[in-house]
Design a protein around this ligand. Structure first.
Ligand code: ZN
Length: 998
């Protein structure tokens, strides 16, 4: 036979697009349209429905950026439509390729009850209550969200903030009608769509492909293009056989779950996400009602909480569907947070507040963590997941790697402490599947575990800005249940998928360490103000809990649980994976800075009130210590009278080319231009600074990535660099017993004023930087060439640190040219190390430098960036960044100095010293939280961890009357057989949560 494949495919494609799909709605009549325009912030639905409406035509322009237009649609169902399914068909000017990224609407009845949403791929509204001859009255709350990514990606735009956006209408209505829905034409469109998609994935020589092509030709022969509704059944009959052929025995099995990835803020502000959630959830509950086999999953307790507060009717529908087991709360977190930058306590609270909400509202817990889209995953997570009670982990983001293809789809992920969690990456490589033939085939073709396993998971539905699953996707799934040539597709709860996948793989492969995303490395640095305030708020809240709990136990004061919960929830929201990473529009970051500043103020006020209550009235100078590391100095949670007498001293001597700063531990040379040319540990005589080099060197790079401006630093940035060695002014003095050198550097559009400080008795040179930053597409690094031949860097993560090799032997290491830390990064030889500590930054890079004498290690901290998309003025303005160079450090010293820089003692005038509630015995055991139990019992919760990566035996000492001490889960759940008592035998990086019953 001749090969007619191309002819058939072309014919079917055209007829499907131009004839069959348009015929799904046959007869139609226009609805009467009136509009009420709101330029500013949204109003509650009742107010919108009661607004003043003016007549409008179709087509007509509407909607300046971020405005809301309320549409009132009225009409009468024609008498001759009796017995037909009637729908409103609304095209607000949609671009079908941009679901979730442009205008959307929520449809209400006249009584204010929500029906479903309208978006580019979902343009219909069921008219269920109106029989033929009756009137229809609908209201649309239409949001004119601007398209910021898609048509001209990554171009700077002023549309990202309502304060700077254009007043011009963005959209033009195209069609607003009542129409008859033709079920048989709709089914035919899906039959043809699925077979067309499937045949394209089959080998050209495959008999199955040829049979499908012939059946499609036969079906179109039977279809009268002028009478599609009347002949659709005849065409379908000719496709029945090829659709009934069952799948092969070894076919891949896809567990589908309806889904809409809804970014809690990104190219829209939080207020719009609140509406996005309501729109998507209303459509998804409606879809669940119509399709009994369908299941839908939604993550983020925060999004449910918004729904409950702002659209209670939709929330009630969700609650009913959750109770029926069809709407699945996913992930057990407050939001889908970043996991690289939040502190250990923040990650714990993500799980605790998330699970507590699901438990309280629905009586369910999530059994897995669902993070399809955040930018890399901390190696502390496996332990945190397991100890919070989770059984599985899901993401797909690592498929975005620029360089290396991850070798597994189902595997055990092992963290820094050795904990393992079963993990799955969908081989479909998307969190927004539409179940196209290509996607289904890709899942089957790419699945790395096919030798042993047959199952993968697919989140199905439009995402990022929401939208969710469509009836077309549900229709595809029905046809793909058991179809020759295709993977099986079945709607399934992710817990059931994970149980089956685990059963198939009793000995999965193991991946050890961080899940590093080889992309979006700039997210460790972009939007510094958001990151700094977040870091400070995290520490301020932990401190507020500590002093409030101490006050409650010591004086019987009320514990401000409600305020603390509210403040944590605000912090947790801002850990969302486009807020903390700095990849949202200007509007989002403007609001984030304001919200986190408020949290910081309130948390500090709570801590201050508790300290004053503890200190009582008096005039003694009491020093409150908010932190400690086991085996060193004062315990945390204590207040003691400060003797104000410090025997240690510091000297500052002017030399020919700069100054010598010296105390008992270190001597540091600062050059006349403000660089650190030597930093000697006096005990060992070792100089931290590489020979002939200078540390504390600011370096300015051109930083213009190929795309994803706020997200990406591309490796080529290193090729252009300016060393900022010129100083406008350098002065030195001893102030209040501290040796101080002040350096001012003016360059380009910016100014850095740096204070270099050495205190008595400290091995840390403190570098306090005030930066007025007005650059464009630049990256500011602070370089420390260190005379250390380090095999690894050790960078703090949650509850411990992770090691990364310093070489670039393989593509995997070479790809890690920008990496993450929390409060410290340490490089060391056996007996000498140097650490860099910080109060607000996360990114660093490492390089090995060689000269005739050997290899040294340069560590450079990433201070500021200046990308122009999506926020055209990212990072412009004033920043405060504190960094410390710790001379002669090991893991214990680095940990302690990192903690000390972030939680400073506070002096209060009062009468009473305060005994700490708890103290730990055991080198390297850190207390990360002291708080009252979430259940309101008044019990004290203490969390400790082993910080140094070794085994330790120690104990908790309790300074108040108590009944019992027992271990609980990270989120304060009772354990089946808990350890009891105060002894602490910890494994490397182990985290324990203890409940002390009073
Ligand atoms: Zn996302």
């Amino acid at each position: 036979m001749h090969d007619d494949t191309a002819l058939t495919v072309g014919r079917v494609t055209r007829v499907l697009d131009e004839r069959i799909r348009p015929a799904v709605h046959s007869s139609s009549v226009p609805l009467t349209v009136e509009v009420s325009e709101l330029p500013g912030e949204p109003v509650p639905p009742a107010e919108g429905i009661a607004g003043r409406y003016a007549p409008a035509s179709v087509p007509a322009p509407w909607g300046p950026a971020w405005s809301t237009t309320w549409f009132r649609l009225t009409g009468r169902v024609p008498a001759d439509w009796a017995g037909r399914r009637v729908e409103a068909v609304v095209d607000l000017g949609f671009d079908p390729s941009l679901t979730g990224f442009q205008c959307e609407a929520l449809v209400y009845r006249a009584d204010g009850s929500p029906v479903k949403s309208l978006n580019p791929r979902n343009q219909w509204v069921p008219i269920t209550e109106a029989a033929a001859g009756e009137t229809v009255e609908l209201y649309l709350e239409a949001a004119a969200n601007p398209v910021l990514l898609g048509r001209h990606p990554f171009r700077p735009t002023r549309q990202g903030d309502i304060r700077t956006s254009s007043p011009e209408p963005l959209y033009t209505t195209r069609r607003i009608d009542l129409a008859v829905f033709e079920p048989e034409v709709f089914e035919l469109s899906l039959d043809v769509d699925v077979l067309l998609g499937l045949q394209a994935q089959l080998p050209s020589t495959s008999p199955r492909r040829q049979r499908i092509l012939q059946a499609l030709d036969d079906a179109l022969d039977a279809l009268d293009l002028q009478r599609i509704a009347e002949t659709a059944s005849d065409a379908r009959a000719l496709l029945a056989d090829v659709l009934a052929a069952p799948a092969e025995t070894s076919a891949h099995r896809i567990s589908a779950i309806g889904h809409a990835h809804i970014d809690s803020a990104w190219l829209w502000p939080v207020r719009e996400t609140i509406r996005k959630v309501a729109r998507t959830a209303s459509s998804m509950t409606a879809l669940l009602d119509e399709h009994p086999e369908f299941r839908y999953g939604m993550s983020s307790a925060q999004q449910y909480a918004w729904l409950k507060q702002h659209r209670p009717e939709v929330y009630e529908r969700v609650r009913a569907a959750v109770a029926a087991g069809r709407f699945v709360p996913l992930g057990g977190m407050w939001v889908e947070s970043d996991t690289v930058m939040p502190s250990g306590e923040s990650m714990v609270r993500q799980f605790q507040y998330g699970q507590r909400f699901f438990e309280r509202e629905f009586g369910v817990r999530s059994r897995g963590v669902w993070l399809p889209d955040s930018f890399g995953y901390s190696p502390a997570l496996p332990q945190l997941l397991r100890r919070a009670g989770f059984e599985w982990f899901f993401t797909q983001k690592i498929s975005w790697n620029q360089q290396n293809v991850f070798p597994h789809h189902s595997f055990l992920w092992e963290g820094i402490d050795g904990s393992r969690v079963f993990t799955h990456f969908p081989p479909m490589d998307t969190y927004s599947s539409e179940l196209s033939g290509a996607e289904v085939a890709r899942a089957s073709r790419q699945f790395r575990e096919s030798r042993l396993s047959s199952r993968s998971l697919a989140p199905v539905g439009w995402g990022d800005g929401g939208g969710g699953t469509t009836r077309e996707m549900v229709g595809r799934a029905a046809r793909l249940r058991d179809l020759e040539g295709s993977a099986h597709v079945e709607w399934e709860h992710p817990d059931d998928f994970f149980a089956a996948a685990k059963a198939e793989l009793p000995h999965p492969a193991v991946w050890v360490g961080e899940l590093y995303l080889e992309l979006h490395r700039g997210t460790l640095t972009s939007q510094h103000a958001t990151k700094a305030l977040h870091r400070w708020a995290e520490h301020a809240l932990v401190e507020a809990e500590l002093w409030s709990a101490t006050d409650a136990v010591r004086t019987g004061a009320a514990y401000p649980a409600e305020a603390i919960d509210r403040l944590w929830e605000t912090v947790l929201l801002h850990e969302f994976h486009d807020i903390l990473p700095g990849t949202s529009i200007a509007w989002v970051h403007r609001e984030a800075v304001a919200a986190l500043s408020d949290v910081l103020d309130e948390a500090r006020a709570l801590a201050d009130a508790a300290r004053r209550s503890l200190a009582g009235g008096g005039d003694r100078r009491l020093v409150f210590t908010p932190s400690s590391i086991g085996g060193t100095g004062r315990p945390l949670g204590a207040a003691f009278v400060d003797d104000e007498a410090d025997a240690a001293s510091v000297s500052l001597v002017e030399e020919a080319d700069g100054w010598l700063l010296e105390n008992d531990l270190v001597s540091v040379r600062v050059s006349a231009d403000g660089l650190i040319t030597s930093a000697v540990d006096r005990a060992s005589g070792r100089d931290a600074v590489a020979p002939g080099r200078a540390a504390n060197l600011f370096q300015l790079h051109q930083d213009f990535p190929n795309k994803w401006d706020a997200w990406d630093v591309d490796r080529h940035y290193r090729r252009s660099v300016v060393d900022l060695t010129a100083a406008t002014r350098v002065t030195a003095s001893v102030e209040d017993g501290v040796a101080v050198v002040t350096v001012v550097r003016e360059f380009s559009e910016s100014v850095i004023e740096q204070t270099i400080m050495l205190r008595p008795g400290s091995r840390t040179v403190l570098l306090r930087n005030e930066i007025d930053w007005n650059e464009t597409e630049k990256l500011l690094k602070l370089a420390f060439p260190l005379d250390v031949q380090a095999a690894h860097t050790e960078a703090e993560t949650q509850f411990g640190y992770q090691s990364r090799v310093t070489h670039t032997n393989t593509s995997w290491e070479a790809a890690k040219f920008e990496t993450s830390m929390h409060r410290f990064v340490l490089v060391r030889e056996q007996d000498f190390g140097v650490a860099l500590v910080n109060d607000s930054i996360y990114g660093y890079d490492t390089s090995r430098e060689a000269d005739d004498d050997g290899v040294t290690t340069t560590v450079r901290l990433s201070l500021l960036r200046a990308p122009r998309f999506p926020d055209p003025e990212t990072d412009h303005g004033h920043h405060e960044i504190e960094v410390g160079l710790v001379i002669g450090a090991d893991a214990a010293i680095a940990t302690a100095e990192g903690i000390a820089l972030n939680s400073l003692p506070t002096a209060v005038r009062g009468a009473r010293e305060v005994e700490p509630l708890v103290a730990v015995r055991g080198d390297g055991i850190v207390v990360s939280a002291v708080k009252l139990a979430a259940d309101g019992s008044g019990d004290v919760i203490v969390r400790v961890y082993e910080a140094l990566g070794r085994r330790v035996s120690g104990a908790l000492e309790i300074g108040f009357a108590h009944r019992e001490v027992r271990e609980v889960s990270l989120i304060e759940d009772e354990l089946e057989s808990p350890r009891r008592g105060t002894e602490l035998a910890l494994r490397p990086f182990e985290v324990r949560t203890l409940r002390i019953a009073r």
